[in-house]
Ligand binder design. Structure first.
Ligand SMILES: *Cc1c(COP(=O)(O)O)cnc(C)c1O
Length: 222
């Protein structure tokens, strides 16, 4: 099946309030263009170098999402145009985004990346670290960083649908806790990004995801 068919099938299956982020990492600019021509506008990339090259080659109205591990020394390359950074996972990274946002005269939307999967991972806050980060309060001084919600990294690699559902539920319940504790008067803190589970996206949506990151289901195997 073609990219066109994949996109149109997914649109039929997914209610319009849920944003589809087409994960285009390792796919060429011309492949992204095919999806663009079907009306897809939100694309997710996980490497700064690859993103910057594609951003220059492709139409300006694309909404670029950064979904990978972000090194501080690379923030300046994406700060001028990035629509949403899904992978804010430390205070030091936030301070750099703040600095580059200010230099570009932009407020940069970000999600706090959480790892709920039980396996060891190097990126993302644990729920405890995220609570600590928020309690610390430094984020309130960062007027060029806009916290919009939470991102769940890749779910545990498993066929166990109950475990996958439990992980999405844990993320949703952390979201509710944080929303109530810090953002109850902020309608903009309302995003829950889940992905990296291809066929399990319906579970993510049932469990409250507002954004789903899909690569293989749109573009095929990398
Ligand atoms: C690659 C990636 C995805 C998409 O994974 P697929 O299995 O291709 O759908 C989602 N989220 C993150 C963080 C990724 O790196």
């Amino acid at each position: 099946m073609s990219i066109k068919t994949h996109i149109n099938e997914l649109r039929k299956a997914i209610m319009p309030e849920v944003k589809i982020v087409a994960v285009s990492k390792f796919h060429s600019a011309s492949t992204v263009r095919e999806a663009y021509d079907e009306g897809q506008r939100a694309f997710g990339e996980s490497r700064v170098q690859e993103l910057v090259v594609k951003q220059e080659q492709l139409p300006r109205d694309i909404e670029w999402h950064f979904i990978g591990n972000l090194q501080r020394n690379k923030v300046k390359q994406i700060a001028p145009f990035i629509s949403l950074i899904h992978s804010l996972d430390s205070e030091r990274l936030m301070l750099e985004i703040e600095k580059q946002g200010a230099l570009n005269n932009r407020v940069i939307p970000c999600l706090l990346q959480i790892h709920i999967a039980e396996e060891e991972t190097k990126s993302g806050f644990s729920p405890g670290e995220c609570r600590q980060f928020l309690a610390n309060g430094k984020w309130k001084e960062c007027t060029h960083v806009r916290l919009k919600g939470l991102m769940g990294g890749m779910a545990t690699y498993t066929d166990d649908k109950d475990q996958i559902r439990r992980e999405f539920q844990q993320l949703k319940s952390l979201f509710e806790e944080i929303k109530a504790g810090y953002f109850s008067n902020d309608p903009e803190f309302n995003e829950l990004s889940m992905g990296g589970m291809s066929g399990d996206y319906p579970i993510a949506i049932e469990e409250g995801s507002t954004m789903i990151r899909l690569g293989t289901l749109i573009f095929g195997e990398r």
